[in-house]
Design a protein around this ligand. Structure first.
Ligand SMILES: Cc1cc2nc3c(=O)[nH]c(=O)nc-3n(C[C@H](O)[C@H](O)[C@H](O)COP(=O)(O)OP(=O)(O)OC[C@H]3O[C@@H](n4cnc5c(N)ncnc54)[C@H](O)[C@@H]3O)c2cc1C
Length: 410
């Protein structure tokens, strides 16, 4: 691991700010494409990627009015298995990909009516859904409470062990010779209308032909980005529990359960190693990451309402993370100016924006799912190729046309 301070006057083809799953996946894939890459992250241990539940759930995340997001999430799901297989191949570590689907459970008749409305919408979008009465739900998951009202099986959702996945990405990135700098990027450097590197907190600079900002919910802290864009990414707090089976206890779940209990959502995600994730709150509390007694109580209460045996599991960990939320719940992936829209690599077009500056942030509730396709899109931009058309609605330009003039420039 490089010591702090060795990076002064480092130069590279690409500098990636942020080492969550988004930045790490990008750095790995960019290095694999032959680029010389430096990744900068202070490694404070607060990345959302390490807190997440790891659901790969385009179907049960599909909500009214979010058709473009659904399309990119479906693209992401399709890509995930080959990306994970490559990662497992390169590192020799399993990432815990599971494909059993999601069982959505409605606790009472009101919850069921809401689930049916969502199911009709998801079917109208071409997504597979199988309605089940309470008995059929319990045939699939024998530990469900007998009084749950009913449910819907969404076979098109999967999950991954996000901590194993993040660790494997890091290992793959290191094996691909990405250089890691343990520091915080304070701003993007620019000259002659081009990004040309980043400034870091200890006073050094890292020069690079292209800069990728993948700093999750902390994107607002990076100078040199337009004020509107910095304002567009906000932290959305999520508290989550990690439970564990006592020794010798057989698994209590075979697939992800997403339940609505009197209007409140809770999910339980099983892992192959016996862990069960219970999540998650959605709170607008700025950068606060405190775990509260009320959230732990509510999550356990709702989980036990649908799966009473939860009470026998060991409470192994409580944690909170900050999702990078945006006003339209969509990610921000791409660059500025006409030269950086899908179909044009940075520097290829006539745009008057800052060339060589790319954003990969705002992945909100689906950053684990979207990490492989985000890496694909950013590597396409970096190498002058067109990214997939599904990214078109998600460029930074929907929030800000050009980077802030002068701010962060040399
Ligand atoms: C409770 C919870 C449950 C979730 N469940 C799921 C799920 O089931 N499925 C799913 O797909 N997604 C889920 N998510 C969302 C997912 O975790 C995020 O979308 C994803 O982790 C975002 O990844 P990221 O790399 O952009 O950000 P992060 O993982 O937050 O990483 C950002 C990195 O940037 C670094 N950084 C910050 N500022 C700077 C700077 N100035 N310079 C350099 N580095 C910097 C940080 O140290 C950090 O390492 C969940 C999130 C939460 C909180």
């Amino acid at each position: 691991m490089p010591a702090k301070g060795v990076h002064v006057a480092v130069t590279a083809d690409v500098v990636v700010a942020g080492g969550g799953v988004i930045g790490t996946a990008i750095a790995w894939q960019a290095a694999a494409a032959g680029l010389d890459v430096v990744l900068v992250d202070p490694e404070r241990g607060d990345a959302a990627s390490l807190v997440a539940a790891g659901m790969l759930a385009p179907v049960s995340e599909a909500l009214f009015g979010e058709g473009a997001l659904l399309r990119v999430n479906l693209l992401a799901l399709e890509r995930f298995p080959s990306f994970a297989a490559e990662l497992e191949d390169v590192t020799g570590h399993r990432v815990g990909l599971r494909r059993e689907g999601t069982l959505a459970i409605a606790y009472d008749p009101g919850d069921y009516a809401a689930l049916m409305r969502l199911t009709a919408f998801r079917r109208s979008a071409g997504l597979e859904a199988e309605e089940l009465d309470s008995r059929a739900c319990r045939k699939l998951e024998s530990f469900l409470a007998p009084d749950v009202h009913g449910g819907v099986l969404f076979p098109g959702d999967w999950s991954v062990d996000n901590r194993r996945y993040a660790a494997a990405l890091r290992e793959a990135m290191t094996a691909a010779k990405v250089r890691i700098v343990r520091d915080r990027v304070t701003g993007v450097l620019a000259g002659d209308g081009r990004a040309c590197g980043v400034a870091v907190a200890d006073g050094g600079e890292i020069g690079a032909a292209q800069v990728v900002v993948a700093t999750g919910c902390w994107t607002s802290s990076v100078a040199g980005l337009p004020a509107e864009l910095r304002a567009a990414v906000r932290p959305v707090k999520g508290q989550l529990l990690r439970l564990r089976h006592p020794d010798g206890m057989p698994p209590v779940l075979t697939r992800t359960i997403r339940a609505t209990v009197r209007g409140v959502d809770v999910y339980l995600v099983p892992r192959a190693d016996g862990e069960v994730i219970v999540g998650a709150t959605q709170e607008e509390r700025g950068p606060d990451r405190a775990v509260t007694a009320g959230a732990v109580h509510d999550l356990l209460h709702d989980a036990m309402s649908v799966l009473p045996v939860t009470s026998e599991l060991i409470l192994a960990e409580t944690c909170a993370g900050l999702r990078p939320g945006t006003p339209d719940n969509g990610p921000i992936v791409g660059g500025f100016g006409a030269g950086t829209g899908p179909g044009n690599g940075p520097g290829n077009g006539p745009g008057n924006g800052q060339r060589g500056l790319l954003l990969a942030t705002g992945h909100y509730r689906n950053g684990i799912l979207m990490s492989p396709v985000t890496a694909d899109a950013i590597v396409a931009y970096l190498t002058g190729q067109p990214p997939a058309a599904e990214w078109e609605p998600f460029t930074p330009e929907r929030f800000a046309a050009t980077p802030a003039a002068g701010e962060g420039s040399r």
